[in-house]
Design a protein around this ligand. Structure first.
Ligand SMILES: [Zn+2]
Length: 238
């Protein structure tokens, strides 16, 4: 049996970005595992981290991450995937204190790359994926870049998905070469929608409504997986 492992930064990214492909693989009898990196709790979030919860309409006393882990288990159940949650904290808990900071440079005091690389290496050894997937980091979210860089640092072969819905707002197509074009069937779109709709707390913020989510997914023709472009000696992508 082929084992497909998706390394998701947040609780929703894999389903949002590559849910149709994962659904199709599961339907074809493959084993599918979604490992999500940033899922840990903070007992009493404050400041921007608390604001990220309150602006989703959730009061301060709700266990926001437990709610999202439970949404993720529901999303994985749609296609019979296994959900694994790693205990790393999202950027708002690591000193990124406003929305623009989430899409700016990595903080010099953000020491997560090394432990995340070790943790992903352990998961890859244990899960032994035949196909390993992760984020391209379209949209430049610092957490998505951390996962992309950590995956690269493990040395394991992998392909990168185009982060969605960030891709919808991107000005230009990514530079990295496309390695796999997966044409979505009606059933893929339906299962992708069911998976995405399980992340109830994120839908108003990301899409406005479930109807808008459905419309956006209906417009999708394919999901693309890319590989990292080789870097030239001057560090420029070649
Ligand atoms: Zn994300």
């Amino acid at each position: 049996m082929t084992h497909v492992v998706a390394i998701s930064p947040h609780l929703d990214d894999a389903a949002f970005s590559v849910g149709g492909y994962l659904a199709a693989r599961a339907r074809a009898g493959d084993r599918v595992t979604i490992v999500t990196c940033f899922t840990d709790n903070v007992a009493r979030p404050t400041g921007f981290a608390l604001a990220c919860q309150l602006d989703k309409g959730l009061p301060a006393d709700v266990d926001y991450m437990e709610l999202r882990r439970s949404e993720d288990r529901d999303a994985c159940a749609v296609i019979g995937a296994e959900a694994i949650h790693l205990p790393f904290l999202e950027a708002p808990h690591r000193g990124y204190a406003c929305a623009p900071a989430l899409f700016a440079d990595r903080r010099s005091d953000d020491g997560l790359l090394a432990p995340l690389t070790v943790a992903l290496g352990e998961q890859i050894d244990r899960l032994a994926p035949d196909r390993l997937l992760g984020p391209l980091a379209v949209g430049d979210h610092v957490d998505h870049w951390l996962v992309r860089d950590a995956l690269a640092a493990t040395g394991a072969d992998h392909l990168l998905w185009e982060d969605w819905p960030y891709l919808r707002r991107a000005m230009a197509a990514p530079d990295e070469p496309v390695r796999l074009r997966y044409a979505l069937s009606e059933q893929d779109r339906a299962e992708r929608l069911a998976m995405c709709a399980a992340y109830i707390s994120q839908l108003p913020f990301q899409f406005g409504s479930t109807e808008n989510l459905q419309k956006a997914i209906d417009e999708l023709k394919e999901e693309r997986l890319r590989s990292t472009a080789p870097r030239g000696p001057d560090g420029a992508t070649g």
